[in-house]
Unconditional design. Sequence first.
Length: 172
Amino acid sequence: METTCVDASVKARLLEIALWTFTAAALAEAGSIWYGALHRRFVPSPTIWPVQPLRSLATSDSLGVLAERTVSGDAFRLERKPALVAYRQRADTQPARAAASAPPKPALALAGVVGGPPWAALLDGVPGHDASVVVHQGDSIAGFHIRRIAPNAVVITGLDTTWRLVVKRVWQ
């Protein structure tokens, strides 16, 4: 029975030594890779291929011939021939001016919120009204719909816009 305990402790000790050896080797390899990554000079491969050297210098005559060939060949068209309709922008093809501009949006302002639930709001700048207008949630006035009234803010929709008006100064 003693031999079994000695065998087990020896096996455990050998396993521990093997694991420590593996850990040390792994750390050494990681350190080697890390050092190599820090000190390696990376040169990217060229993005264009080598160019053949010129056989002879171009002369003005040859450049003229090449230019004429390029222009006559319509290099930028798929069919390599001129378009059937010439491009010319005339005055009558100018884009039309925008239709009558939309009327300016009113400068709505929240003068205050009064009452308690349900709240009432005092609005300034409502078209067609010179003084402040008292509105309640759900009201419609001058094309504006009062969506929500809170103790310090009002949400109004109309004229393709949503306004969230906030009381500038709270009265006490």
